[in-house]
Design a protein around this ligand. Structure first.
Ligand SMILES: [Cu+2]
Length: 442
């Protein structure tokens, strides 16, 4: 019996050891196509303050003349799933000349679609990440957006906003903060203008990987935008419609048709090719430009290997950066003290002041490895490997978000955060060894 037990123990250990480092593409969703005003930005509700509604580029940096559509024209709106299950995509249009506040975009909501519309669900577990080998941003979700007939010729801004998603830094049972971005465009010609055609409530194009051909979406939490912040939220998975739509339908008594989404044609693979929809009506205006698909500025992602995170492979989600600026000389901040127990996060670099949060070993808990961020439990794990990896990724997100929000020293790049994240992951094994010593002691 002893040998059988030993064999089983070894098998479980091997499974954990092999399984832990396998990571699917971990990146947030963002507007891929049509081109976003701030294409670099993973802008969202990830902090106590909100990132601006269109990311870190204001109207002075926008060019609504770069894309022209006709009323009635249907365009594909595309974003990646990566490691995030569930949620709604809200598409809103406001005049370019408006103040473009969060309230403006909420009032300008045209439709809701499912986050997992037209893309593949998680691998094995529908709530988990994309299948192994899927490149970052390689699993494309998409919905059709028809330029409303109630928009007169003019310049507009489309906001893409994802809310009600989950998998907060690998915690499948924690809500993800909202992300958003904008596309500026011009409307000229097409279907006759009918300013009275605006429906009482936004449209709902449901149907996702979990509930195809329905008017519902899988989502996490409350189903309302901008509530799951600043660092994720508690809740559970549900299947339904977004709260703002339910409220509108209830208050206006509108008998709004909600339909299953038309099947978008989405490529899943290493390219960023996005199909350009054929015009839905004969174009009376020969000067109308159809926006080109986004240029493939990114190199194809390398296929992840079982140790892809530890290997110093290039992280392909980011734009190539110019020559690295001199590294800021801020002294590494000490890692925050663990709330209780012993810290087994041994990585101490703290680029731009963002230290990897402590990983506490709490012997009395069934999930003894715990990560606290700003005094709040961010995740607890049965094994040290996952917990230390989470800590590294929290550090990476804080570092990258600060860069994207312009809150890091001049010259700071997300690439530097990526490099630091690789170093942090490379040190996990040391922390695991320290944790093993602790577990033996207890
Ligand atoms: Cu993410």
């Amino acid at each position: 019996m002893a040998t059988l037990l030993q064999t089983l123990t070894l098998a479980v250990f091997l499974l954990l050891a092999i399984g832990a480092p396998i990571r699917s593409a971990e990146a947030h969703a963002r507007l891929l196509s049509p081109p976003a005003r701030d294409p670099n930005g993973y802008c969202g509700a990830f902090d106590t303050g909100l990132c601006p509604p269109c990311g870190n580029k204001d109207k002075s940096q926008a060019n609504p003349a770069a894309a022209t559509y006709q009323r009635g024209e249907a365009i594909d709106v595309v974003w990646p799933r990566n490691n995030h299950p569930g949620g709604f995509i809200r598409l809103s249009v406001v005049p370019f000349s408006s103040a473009q506040t969060f309230d403006d975009f909420a009032a300008g909501t045209v439709q809701f679609s499912c986050h997992e519309s037209g893309c593949k669900s998680g691998f094995a577990d529908p709530n988990a990440g994309d299948a192994p080998g899927t490149p970052v941003d390689g699993n494309h979700c998409a919905t059709k957006f028809t330029i409303p007939s109630y928009l007169p010729d003019g310049q507009y801004t489309l906001q893409w906003l994802w809310f009600g998603g989950a998998s907060f830094f690998g915690d499948l049972n924690r809500g993800q903060t909202d992300y958003y971005g904008c596309h500026d465009f011009t409307v000229r010609g097409g279907a006759a203008v009918d300013v009275n055609a605006k429906p009482a409530c936004p449209a709902m194009l449901g149907g996702d990987a979990t509930s195809p051909d329905t008017s519902r979406c899988k989502f996490f939490g409350t189903g309302s935008p901008l509530q799951c912040r600043p660092d994720g939220c508690q809740g559970s998975y549900k299947d339904g419609k977004p709260q703002p739509l339910l409220q509108c339908l209830a208050s206006k008594g509108a008998n709004q048709p909600t339909t299953a989404a038309p099947k978008p044609t989405v490529t899943v693979g290493p390219t960023t090719k996005v199909p350009v929809p054929a015009p839905t009506a004969p174009a009376p205006n020969p000067t109308t430009k159809v926006p080109a698909p986004p240029a493939s500025t990114k190199a194809p992602a390398p296929a992840p290997t079982s140790t892809s995170k530890a290997a110093p492979s290039p992280v392909p989600t980011k734009e190539p950066t110019p020559a690295p600026a001199p590294a800021p000389t801020s002294a590494p901040a000490p890692a925050p003290a663990p709330v209780s127990g012993t810290n087994v996060q041994l990585f101490t670099d703290a680029l731009h002041g963002h230290a990897a949060p402590a990983v506490s070993y709490v012997a009395s808990s069934s999930r003894p490895f715990q990560v606290y961020v700003n005094g709040k439990l961010n995740g607890d794990f049965p094994d040290a490997w996952s917990a230390i990896g989470r800590s590294c990724d929290v550090q990476h997100n804080q570092c990258a978000d600060a860069v994207n929000r312009g809150q890091s020293p001049a010259g700071a790049t997300v690439g530097q955060c990526d490099e630091q994240n690789n170093k942090c992951h490379a040190k996990i094994a040391e922390g695991v060894a320290a944790a093993e010593a602790l577990t033996k002691k207890n």
